[in-house]
Design a protein around this ligand. Structure first.
Ligand code: SAM
Length: 339
């Protein structure tokens, strides 16, 4: 039993991968109904008492940081639906004196026009905003809400607040928005943002995912390159989810391609997740969860919590099995797991 975790040896799984990156879902609630995530209305909403309070989030994140977590990304559901998000950011930003290097947020952008500056002032470093279409009709069809203009205003507000760099996520789905790939690249150039294209993954609550709907990272790259030639960014990819490209003509902006289905990157995965109700998930596609909430609420000591986390991390799956016949989609959608 280790009494004090040695900061030079971070959390490691049983395949030798160092775990440096924690994604924390702040709520399973969402004000959008993206068809590839939550197509059939409300998911089972966890009762409030099952959700981690901001004090619990602060406490366990402090422990994770003491175990070598360097990056925390807040997500959801829609994390900005959580009224105490600024408080949570403020508390977590204080962990930067203890080894946290990066505090980021993924949001649908709806609340940003009024609140981007507050997030920045609370200590948020970076933001990723999801935008699946730049066309009003397609945006509405994909997200279930007619609010493209407001989300674009949210991007402008985030920029104005100095949340830099800004990343934009778009899930590319066959027959919906694949024809917009080049428009998104043009948007990245015009607004100097990193545009990230994500392959559609089997994480929809309706379990309607089909391989035929996946637009591969390769196809996305080729479509963009025909209009705007790309050069690979000269940065070590490390555990990053995206492969990154610059525009060959030196234009501002960047392209990131996240291809978990056709170009899996599990070997370099450094991520674990904490759901809004306090379950640790060691993979997006895990079919089991580990209740850190119960351990904390049952009065475990800090040392016992550390041992629990270390034991859970050792159970991290070697890889996902999306492409194999035995694949079983997780029962919870991305909105609950925290993307
Ligand atoms: N509500 C926030 C948002 O819209 O960004 C944060 C949560 S959302 C679940 C995080 C990211 O997961 C979004 O960029 C979303 O597009 C992506 N996502 C959700 N379901 C997905 C799926 N089935 N395949 C690929 N990406 C998905």
């Amino acid at each position: 039993m280790r009494q004090l975790h040695d900061m030079t040896s971070p959390l490691k799984d049983s395949y030798g991968r160092a775990i440096r990156d924690l994604r924390v879902s702040l709520t399973d609630r969402c004000n959008f109904r993206c068809f590839y995530c939550l197509p059939h209305g409300e998911p089972p909403i966890a009762p409030k008492e099952e959700m981690l309070s901001y004090e619990e989030i602060e406490y366990v994140c402090g422990i994770f940081v003491s175990l070598g977590i360097e990056k925390i990304r807040l997500t959801g559901g829609e994390p900005m639906m959580r009224r105490d998000i600024e408080t949570i950011i403020e508390k977590l930003a204080a962990l930067k004196t203890k080894g946290l290097q990066d505090l980021a947020l993924t949001t649908n952008g709806y609340f940003l026009p009024d609140r981007a500056q507050q997030l920045k002032d609370a200590g948020l470093d970076r933001i990723t905003i999801s935008v699946d279409s730049l066309k009003r009709d397609t945006f509405k069809q994909m997200t279930g809400v007619d609010v493209l203009e407001r989300v674009l205003a949210g991007i402008a507000a985030a920029k104005k607040a100095g949340l830099d760099p800004i990343k934009i996520n778009a899930v590319i789905v066959r027959g919906h928005n694949e024809a917009e790939v080049v428009d998104f690249a043009a948007f990245a150039r015009e607004h100097d943002v990193q545009m990230r294209f994500i392959e559609f993954m089997p994480l929809d609550s309706g379990h309607d995912w089909s391989r035929n709907d996946v637009v591969s990272g390769r196809e996305i790259r080729e479509r963009i390159s025909e209009q705007f030639p790309l050069v690979p960014a000269r940065v070590a990819r490390g555990s990053e989810t995206s492969s990154r490209y610059h525009f060959a003509d030196g234009a501002p902006g960047e392209i990131g391609i996240i291809a978990p289905v056709t170009e899996a990157f599990c070997g370099a995965c450094s991520r674990i997740r904490l759901t809004a109700d306090g379950q640790i998930r060691t993979c997006l596609f895990s079919t089991v969860e580990h209740s850190l909430r119960d351990v904390v609420r049952n009065g475990a000591s800090r040392q016992e919590i550390i041992e629990f986390i270390e034991a859970v991390v050792l159970k991290k799956e070697p890889r996902h099995y999306i492409n194999e016949p035995q694949f079983v989609a997780p029962s919870r959608s991305m909105s609950f797991i925290g993307g």
